[in-house]
Design a protein around this ligand. Structure first.
Ligand code: FE2
Length: 324
């Protein structure tokens, strides 16, 4: 899946808190320094009383309800301390000012709760969109797989066997479940590009000419072209494009080597070669697992070593999936 591109309010929080703290300290400091001699200065004190609300609302928006309430309490404490010490001769008026402290707390709680509710709703909406996109992508993969089965049942069955082996290999390599899902989907459609290979080439029983081999090898590119327009399947398209690339750079279509081959494509290739060697083909009979592993060991440099080692471990512990 593509990386999350929308930065949520709470994810901005760590960068915002020093500025909010600075704003609170600046308002508090200037408030305490303003004189009290004139009517104009008294008005400024009223303005500063309201100004404490700015960092409280900012804390609600960027840090969360708990931090907003804490800042409201701190603002209230500063404000009460100030009125209690600076306006000692106005006990009645100071009692009224307690209302402002209650307003700080009220604004902190309400703003924090509203922001968190809006954020929860935004997250739920994004998750629903992602889920719908995932479902549409899986549906598109299933449709392509169905189209391949209509065209070439043998290749579609091969893809399903490869998917089972690839998932087992992925589990043995401790690939996380969400990546295993991507690997399985890529395996299910890895040969879908054969839809675009002419019948006389695709079903030719004998050896292929180099021109015919070139046409067959185009299946990786054709598959990627079919998959790329599917929203959410861009990575699967790239894996499928690379499923015939070899670690030593001798593969196709781009001759990528080593780390330039996507990790899931390396696993997929080992699963693909294993299933292909095991299966009966017009040009060869079915092979045993031991024979297949012998052949694969001889392909050193053309197969991902960790994936091959995982395959060997699965075979040794008889944990390979039943490929029928
Ligand atoms: Fe292939």
């Amino acid at each position: 899946m593509p990386a999350e591109s929308v930065v949520t309010v709470r994810e901005r929080g760590p960068g915002a808190w020093p500025w909010i703290a600075l704003a609170f300290l600046a308002i508090g400091a200037v408030h305490l320094l303003v004189g009290r001699a004139t009517h104009g200065q008294h008005l400024l004190h009223l303005v500063f009383g309201a100004a404490y609300l700015l960092p409280i609302v900012a804390a609600a928006a960027w840090l969360g309800v708990r931090q907003a309430v804490l800042l409201a309490a701190a603002s209230g404490a500063v404000y009460l301390l100030h009125t209690g010490t600076a306006w000692v001769d106005q006990p009645m008026e100071n009692a009224n000012r307690v209302v402002l402290v209650a307003i700080y707390l009220f604004v902190g709680v309400v703003a924090g709760v509203l922001v968190e509710a809006a954020e929860r709703e935004r997250r739920a909406r994004r998750e629903a969109e992602r889920s719908a996109q995932r479902d549409a992508m899986v549906q598109a993969i299933a449709s392509l797989s169905g189209a391949l089965r209509e065209r070439d049942d043998g290749t579609a069955s091969h893809c399903e066997r490869v998917a089972r082996v690839a998932v087992s290999l992925g589990e043995a390599l401790s690939i996380p479940p969400e990546r295993l899902h991507v690997l399985r989907l890529a395996a299910v459609v890895h040969d879908v590009g054969k839809i675009g290979v002419r019948d006389d080439v695709l079903f030719k029983p004998g050896d292929l000419t180099s021109e015919e081999r070139g046409r067959v090898e185009r299946h990786a590119v054709i598959a990627a072209q079919l998959l790329r327009p599917v929203r959410g399947a861009e990575e699967i398209a790239e894996i499928v494009l690379c499923h015939h690339e070899c670690p030593d750079g001798s593969g196709y279509p781009r001759g990528l080597g080593g780390d330039r081959i996507p990790p899931l494509a390396r696993v997929l290739r080992v699963a693909d070669v294993f299933a292909a060697l095991l299966e009966a083909r017009p040009y060869k009979g079915r092979m045993s697992v031991a024979e297949v592993l012998d052949r694969m060991r001889a392909l050193s440099g053309k197969l991902d070593a960790p994936s091959l080692a995982a395959l060997e471990r699965l075979a040794a512990s008889e944990a390979l999936p039943d490929l029928g």
